[in-house]
Design a protein around this ligand. Structure first.
Ligand code: NAD
Length: 422
């Protein structure tokens, strides 16, 4: 058996940054073989390819694109495709790694994957976005499939784009294969409940944690950073369950009312910037929202919002990570020392991939579920996975992130061993 030291680096094809630091934290405290360490640090398959499209002007432009399959021991790859100007291979690898852990932790039969195109979609017309989506599928189609690697939406991609991609794949195969991609519109085989799945999953996880610490959700104050799909729905759900949502923000500004925001008006407005005159709230910055004295802070916007620079000033008792990677690895340690409980992204926001899994089951069986069935399956499966994390973190005296990583990693290793590949 080999122990990995934190200073040891494994370069080239491997994950980096926070993902690597967190993985190494487990690998340095538990015993793993060299082969296991090597397998966990690197993706199984990394594709870098060029996606050419004809622009409306007639000229041809080519974009860099990526698809990474991190692990397939538990099942086919699963993970979104993002369109963003900052997409690069290293980021895609790290996100694919997080997907592998997430699927393993919540016990769904998928490995992890991720893809992306380095493009600012705001610079493209609707027709150019469609041609880009179709071109991506033409280039990547030999490497994806309903039993090998199943894409989904991610940043700046949506059900419309999934529809173009599914259609392009159908042209290549000669027939429509709904299970090739998830996050489709319901008409094309998407699942009921996918839009709110990530937020509802996070809310079930938070409710479970509050019950565990015997805190009534009705006496719980919440601040939510981000008011997009995930932020809006989590505000709505927690408000309906009786929590007091005191602050919300988007990329431009935040609003705060210590007695609780008027959520009905906020939801009707859909955007913080569209609130009516006289709305009772104080304007705050995004930075101020993160430092509010609340029971629960919900980062639901972008990564790396809580860092070494602000972690010491965080006053929330619990952080529910609905965004991917909102806290840096260094900030984890500061928060842990200050007794702040972090409910990590790989369980807190796993509701999205869970309902994608339900969509894939429905596509495979042609048996479409009611919204009630989707919600009840989502709750029971997520809560079961999270209770195991809580129970084992109490036994092992570790934090929830470390225990989540440990459970996810061990399940992947056991599956690799079961297949005789380790
Ligand atoms: P979205 O684009 O709909 O919303 C993002 C929100 O964040 C917007 O309100 C935007 O104004 C705000 N924002 C952007 N930059 C900000 C900044 N610098 N400071 C504060 N707020 C900022 O995205 P979404 O689908 O709601 O996803 C939010 C997060 O949840 C992302 O990290 C995403 O990776 C993660 N996530 C989403 C899903 C899903 O199903 N949508 C699943 C898992 C994880």
């Amino acid at each position: 058996m080999t122990k990995l030291t934190t200073t040891q680096t494994i370069e080239d094809n491997n994950i980096c940054g926070d993902c690597r630091q967190r993985l190494n934290k487990i690998l340095t405290t538990d015993q793993y073989s060299e082969a296991e360490i090597d397998l966990l640090h690197r993706p199984k398959r990394t594709l870098t390819f060029a996606v050419p499209i004809r622009m409306d002007s007639g000229e041809v432009k080519t974009f860099n694109a990526y698809r990474v399959l991190y692990n397939d021991a538990l099942g086919p790859g699963k993970g979104g495709i993002r369109f963003h100007s900052d997409v690069h291979l290293q980021e895609v690898k790290n996100l694919a790694f997080l997907m592998a852990l997430k699927c393993s932790l919540v016990n769904i039969p998928f490995g992890g994957a991720k893809g992306g195109v380095e493009v600012d979609p705001r610079t493209l017309t609707r027709n150019e976005v469609e041609r880009l989506s179709r071109s991506f599928i033409r280039e990547v189609h030999p490497f994806i499939g309903e039993r090998t690697d199943i894409p989904a939406p991610d940043v700046n991609t949506n059900s419309t784009i999934m529809g173009y991609m599914a259609d392009e794949y159908a042209k290549i195969r000669g027939y429509f294969v709904p299970g090739i991609i998830t996050g489709k519109s319901v008409l094309l085989g998407g699942s009921a409940g996918r839009t709110e799945a990530t937020s509802l999953g996070g809310a079930y996880i938070l409710k479970t944690y509050l019950e565990h610490i015997r805190k009534d959700i009705k006496n719980t104050t919440v601040a939510v950073q981000g008011f997009g799909n995930v932020g809006l729905h989590v505000v709505k759900i927690l408000y309906e369950w009786g929590a007091k949502v005191v602050a919300v923000s988007d990329s431009k500004k935040g609003i705060y009312n210590q007695n609780g925001l008027d959520i009905e008006t906020l939801l009707k407005s859909e955007k913080i910037g569209a609130l009516p005159e006289g709305y009772k709230a104080k304007e705050i910055t995004n930075e101020e929202l993160l430092l509010l004295d609340v029971d629960v802070l919900v980062p639901a916007a972008i990564s790396h919002q809580i860092t070494n620079n602000n972690a010491r000033e965080i006053k929330a008792r619990v952080i529910l990570e609905l965004a991917n990677d909102p806290i840096t690895a260094e900030a984890d340690e500061v928060l842990e020392d200050n007794g702040v409980v972090i409910i990590p992204d790989i369980i807190a926001n796993a509701g999205g991939v869970m309902v994608s899994y339900f969509e894939w089951i429905q596509n495979s069986t042609n048996d479409y579920w009611t919204i009630e069935k989707v919600y009840s399956e989502l709750e029971s499966r997520l809560v079961m996975a999270f209770k195991k994390v809580i129970q084992e973190s109490n036994q092992d005296l570790t934090d929830l992130r470390k225990q989540s990583y440990r459970l996810a990693i061990n399940r992947i290793i056991e599956a690799e061993k079961g297949r005789g590949r380790l």
